[in-house]
Design a protein around this ligand. Structure first.
Ligand code: HPA
Length: 268
């Protein structure tokens, strides 16, 4: 399976060897368009699931950015689309095989922390998995990691420092926080958001955690950035819609892109 995927990508890209992988979440895919060298639709890649959600284009894009060889997922696949945990985290194993060392996971998220505002960017310092399952359930493949992997520092502290330094340079008020993932696709109830806050969450979303767990398991360095696209349910009286998420990410995407570009050059 993995051999087929990796062989296909190597042939398509003439052996492109990415060091950094970036998963671009809802409405954040433009970065890939700007720099694209090789664009491979997920639908053509053996064993890759295809994206069904507005704001997720569904291409794997290879490019040099700031002289760094990068592979970008223009949109991700989600658990709520009906894909298995194995399917949504499969790209992480492909990246590991391609030689990637660092993964930047991005998403749109709702603000649980009442001091956050839509349009803010948040670097993820830790997460809470409320998806009801774990992507590592099933036989363990020792090629990638151990049966009971440590998760005490999924989000690499050095990368958080680099994100902070980039934000300072750009005068961005970069928030820090804990990301809680629920399965979706329904947004949370007010009681669930209260619970999330009591549990220590600052932002809530429907992605990222499976990829972060698998990336950490595979020994990859992980950085997570959330684009706060809305107040979570009950934080404001407004009803939630995916269109609001897309509208806010569209407004914030230039700031997000600048942050990622500034960071990239400094990643070891
Ligand atoms: N909840 C869950 N997922 C989300 C949200 C939210 O408020 N905003 C963007 N993704």
């Amino acid at each position: 399976m993995l051999n087929d995927t990796v062989d296909y990508l190597n042939t398509f890209t003439d052996g492109f060897k990415p060091e950094i992988a970036i998963i671009l979440g809802s409405g954040l895919g433009d970065l890939a368009d700007t720099y694209a060298e090789h664009v491979v639709p997920y639908s053509k890649i053996p064993y890759f699931a295809t994206s069904t959600i507005k704001g997720h284009k569904g291409n794997l894009v290879f490019a040099h950015i700031k002289d760094r060889p990068v592979v970008m997922m223009q949109g991700r696949n989600h658990f709520y689309e009906g894909y298995s945990m194995e399917q949504i985290t499969y790209p992480i194993k492909v990246f590991k095989r391609l030689g990637v060392k660092t993964v930047i996971l991005t998403n749109a998220a709702g603000a649980v922390n009442k001091s956050f505002r839509p349009g803010d960017l948040m670097v993820i310092t830790d997460h809470i998995n409320m998806m009801g399952t774990n992507p590592l359930i099933g036989p363990n493949d020792v090629e990638f990691g151990v049966r009971f992997p440590d998760m005490s520092e999924i989000y690499n502290k050095e990368l958080v420092k680099l994100a902070d330094a980039a934000a300072r340079l750009l005068k961005i008020n970069l928030r820090h926080g804990v990301y809680l993932a629920s399965s979706g696709p329904s947004y949370e109830t007010p009681a669930e958001i209260n619970m999330a806050r009591i549990l220590g969450a600052d932002a809530v979303g429907m992605s990222t955690v499976p990829e972060a767990i698998v990336a950490n398991y595979c020994g990859l360095n992980v950085l997570g950035i959330s684009c706060i696209s809305n107040y979570a349910t009950g934080v404001s009286t407004k009803k939630l819609s995916h269109d609001e998420v897309i509208t806010t990410t569209n407004i914030v995407k230039d700031k997000f892109t600048e942050l990622v570009l500034t960071l990239l050059g400094n990643i070891k």
